[in-house]
Write a protein that binds this ligand. Structure first.
Ligand SMILES: Nc1ncnc2c1ncn2[C@@H]1O[C@H](COP(=O)(O)OP(=O)(O)OP(=O)(O)O)[C@@H](O)[C@H]1O
Ligand SMILES: O=P(O)(O)OC[C@H]1O[C@H](OP(=O)(O)OP(=O)(O)O)[C@H](O)[C@@H]1O
Ligand SMILES: [Mg+2]
Length: 326
């Protein structure tokens, strides 16, 4: 690495580690850890000079906010919670399709009269009178909770900061409600808690995030463009299959395919079989339609990459960097 190189933060532990490593691999970006698994600095195979910093998702978020790394993989929940004025400080380059989890308000299942945030607001407004203290909400998402409760017009509550096992707080008598992240819901259920109907604060997933305050040297921008070319190609291909069939009337078949959500990346007037792209789940339906259109064989394969002349991810990032430094 030399001065001015791009630094990318990659989760080295926790929920996002495995999927993040697999995502880079899928994007044709191998992560090299020459110092062994205990060395917290690595390189990106194929792109000269890029430095990989192995950090936890929460550290990655902090370093993005501070401008100490250029790119990082982290959860949207952490970005919105941890970085003050996050939308001015970082750019969400792309969602990554893993690490899906919701930040939710949950209350004891026994609270049968609380189904909505309005119900919770009613309880909160009378809570102190009845119990001698404000309604307590245990969470580590202090900023997200404050913002959401304010939007809901709830002011009479107190946050109890929780650093772990938040779902246990109500049973332990430390809080009445909680705000935490959930994916399968099994931790909430195991603790006899339920999500308040309209109490989903944020639907989060892992994102590739760029810092707008990092040192965006000419070299780092070129490295970002090279990385994003591969990531954009992977993102454009994600969930898509390529279907091929020889049909007597390609234009008519393409029109029917379009109604099923397929595109013709090379047009419908090329010699050879008709080539179509569409979400993998819709392949069987398209295959049936193409055989009705006279195809004797239909092949389908999942797409790894769709490279295009334009690079919207890189263009979007550069526009934000230029606005931020103008
Ligand atoms: N149950 C879950 N299902 C899916 N994604 C989750 C889940 N829990 C957390 N995540 C996502 O992974 C991110 C990191 O969570 P993880 O548990 O790895 O670290 P953490 O809870 O911040 O703890 P620490 O940093 O102490 O290891 C979360 O911010 C969220 O975006
Ligand atoms: O809806 P579920 O699938 O049950 O997942 C929810 C749990 O997952 C996370 O904890 P994690 O296991 O990451 O442990 P942590 O509290 O140490 O972060 C989160 O804080 C919840 O406790
Ligand atoms: Mg966790």
């Amino acid at each position: 690495m030399s001065e001015g190189d791009l630094v990318i933060g990659v989760p080295s532990k926790g929920r996002l580690q495995e999927n993040a490593a697999e995502f880079f691999k899928r994007s044709g970006l191998s992560i090299l850890q020459p110092g062994g698994a205990r060395n917290y600095r690595g390189r990106l195979g194929g792109i000269e000079g890029v430095e990989v910093a192995f950090l936890s998702a929460s550290e990655i978020t902090k370093e993005l906010g501070a401008g100490n790394i250029h790119f990082g993989v982290t959860g949207l929940d952490l970005v919105q919670e941890t970085i003050p004025a996050w939308s001015d400080k970082v750019h969400l380059v792309t969602e990554l399709g893993f690490g899906h989890a919701d930040v939710v308000v949950a209350v004891p299942m026994a609270w049968i009269d609380v189904a909505t945030m309005a119900d919770l607001a009613d309880i909160a407004s009378e809570f102190r009178l009845r119990h001698g203290h404000h309604l307590r909400v245990a969470t580590k998402y202090i900023n997200l909770t404050r913002r959401f409760f304010a939007q809901q017009g709830i002011a009479a509550y107190r946050i109890v900061e929780s650093l772990g096992a938040t779902e246990g707080a109500p049973a332990a008598g430390n809080a009445e409600a909680i705000v935490d992240i959930t994916s399968t819901g099994s931790t909430l259920t195991a603790n006899n808690l339920k999500v308040v109907g309209d109490g989903v604060i944020l639907r989060s997933q892992a994102h590739l995030v760029a810092s707008l305050t990092a040192a965006w040297t000419v070299r780092a921008r070129a490295q970002a463009r090279a990385i994003l070319d591969r990531i954009a190609a992977e993102a454009a291909a994600r969930g898509l299959s390529e279907v091929r069939a020889a049909v007597p009337d390609p234009a008519a078949a393409a029109a029917i395919a379009a109604a099923l959500g397929a595109t013709t990346p090379f047009g419908a007037d090329q010699p050879g079989p008709l080539v179509l792209h569409l979400p993998t789940a819709r392949v069987p339906g398209l295959a049936a339609a193409l055989r009705e259109q006279g195809a004797s064989v239909v092949t389908a394969a999942r797409l790894d990459y769709v490279f295009a002349a334009a690079n919207p991810l890189a263009d979007g990032l550069v526009a934000r960097i230029e606005r931020a430094t103008a």
